[in-house]
Design a protein around this ligand. Structure first.
Ligand code: SF4
Length: 489
């Protein structure tokens, strides 16, 4: 669960937030410095805490800090302590288990046959259920994170070698997991059988890398080798790399929201460049929801690629009618209604000369609670816009995510309780249009959504969860939607 400060931050920045980024490198001097750079490129996947575990041939070194990578891991003293030619790291946006040092990853423990570290992007949907069973057997948990459950499963497995114990552990969990783990002899990468969250393989002069996105390879000049396949596990040792598939094969259900918002636009995930997809989303949106207007204005930065696509398809000028202040950090957000309501003005300002007297199409990536949209529309109107039409580069977000994304409970999602007309009235626009689910699928290169067997996870739009939700059954936001769920039930 998000703590109070997270909730405030989320309110001012009304988006779904990906929970984590992971990065690991094996067989390269100054591994921790490289992990620092990789995590810096993945900072958009989590800004609240980060950690690195390295191994120097005789011992493990662990550094975990609250705050940004640049604030903690660029100090020479910290990097000096993280000795070794292999290291894994994690950057975190606190949701599952809440904030606080005890939940900062990678988790590290001394197991019967040596040290073991693990970092996780995603969320296990049966972690509580498994944890309760382990606790009945006497296990003690030191965090409230679902990832610690995996560590216990590896530690308590009856299998003989680490690969088998790791496989035994991941076969007992459900949900979304892109994992990077490390022992004294190996680095392991693994994606859940549906491949919900991304994980890519790279190479830097012969040293293998695992990372959430390709932008983390680019920053260090590493070569992109390939995406790990859904359900794939790779084991890197000094002898090379080995690939295995420990799960029953299933059809991929990659998170389609990675293309809408989470992944960095310069990354390629699952074979698609994120910027290209976002531009095509704008093109589809303009076709589905045309509007008679003078200019197309993105809500920066996340609405920008879709606004470019929209303007090209609609033949309308693209203008930076809203300027974003990049120096408003999450730390600026303070409690108290008066400050909270200033949030949007601190972050965005209308470029009056571009907007005054114009019929404006505002393009944003999504609407979550609607509070930010409401304030941005008001700001654009106050800057003299004649009409304000809003176009959203995704379908209405009607359901919560249980796969490693910070989402408000269902009742707080504007689209879960209002029709599109009511939403238009709430955010005070002249018209409001969302991309259809089929349009989103077309933008990622599919002919449309396969209703029988959807090609992606799109549960926050469709309510159709691709896995069981054991820990959440009975939760308000699932009760009604589980009736719609198709997979794994
Ligand atoms: S529910 Fe939405 S955000 Fe969560 S994994 Fe599925 S598509 Fe992605």
């Amino acid at each position: 669960m998000a703590d109070a400060s997270t909730a405030l931050a989320a309110e001012a920045d009304d988006h779904f937030h990906d929970e984590c980024g992971v990065f690991g490198i094996f067989g390269r001097p100054e591994a921790a410095a490289i992990v620092t750079l990789g995590l810096h490129a993945l900072q958009h996947r989590g800004q609240e805490a980060a950690g690195i575990v390295s191994y120097d041939g005789s011992q493990f070194h662990v550094e975990r800090h609250i705050g940004l990578i640049g604030d903690n891991f660029t100090k020479q003293s910290v990097i000096d302590r993280l000795k070794g030619n292999r290291a894994i790291g994690h950057t975190r946006y606190a949701t599952t288990g809440g904030a606080g040092m005890r939940n900062v990853q990678p988790f590290f423990a001394e197991l019967a046959d040596g040290g073991f570290a693990i970092a996780h992007n995603g969320n296990l949907t049966n972690a509580m259920t498994v944890q309760r069973a382990l606790q009945k057997q006497g296990a003690i948990f030191s965090s409230t994170s679902d990832t610690e459950t995996l560590l216990h499963l590896v530690a308590t497995s009856k299998e003989r070698d680490l690969n088998s114990r790791f496989i035994d552990a991941v076969r007992q969990v459900e949900g979304a997991f892109s994992l990077v783990a490390m022992s004294s002899k190996k680095m392991i990468g693994c994606r859940d059988p549906l491949g919900i969250r991304p994980l890519v393989l790279g190479d830097l002069d012969g040293a293998w890398i695992l990372a959430s996105e390709t932008c983390a390879l680019d920053i260090i000049g590493a070569r992109f080798v390939r995406d790990l396949k859904p359900g794939e596990m790779v084991v890197v040792t000094s002898k090379g790399i080995e690939s295995m598939f420990p799960f029953e094969p299933q059809k991929s259900r990659f998170c389609v929201f990675e293309y809408v918002y989470f992944a960095r636009p310069d990354s390629s995930v699952e074979g698609r460049n994120v910027y290209d997809v976002r531009k095509r989303i704008g093109i589809e949106l303009a076709r589905e929801s045309p509007v008679d207007a003078d200019i197309v204005v993105p809500v920066p930065d996340s609405g920008t690629p879709a606004a470019i696509g929209f303007s090209q398809e609609a033949g309308l000028p693209f203008e930076l009618g809203i300027i974003r202040n990049h120096y408003v950090g999450r730390t600026f957000i303070s409690p108290g209604d008066s400050i909270r309501h200033m949030g949007v003005k601190l972050k965005h300002n209308a470029n009056r000369r571009m907007i005054e007297g114009k019929r404006v199409v505002l393009v944003d990536d999504s609407i979550v609670r609607g509070t930010t949209s409401q304030k941005i529309v008001q700001m654009v109107r106050e800057a003299g816009a004649k009409e304000v039409h809003m176009r959203i580069a995704s379908p209405p977000t009607r359901a919560s995510c249980f796969y490693g994304v910070d989402t408000p409970e269902k009742a707080k999602l504007l689209a879960s309780r209002m029709s599109i007309e009511e939403m238009a009235e709430f955010i005070r626009v002249d018209s409001l249009g969302f991309l259809s689910l089929d349009g989103l699928y077309r933008a990622v290169g599919e002919p449309g959504r396969n209703e029988e067997q959807p090609q992606f996870c799109d549960a926050c739009f469709s309510g159709q969860y691709p896995t069981r939700l054991l820990d959440h059954e009975g939760a308000d936001n699932v009760r009604t939607l589980s009736l719609l769920a198709t997979g794994g039930q």
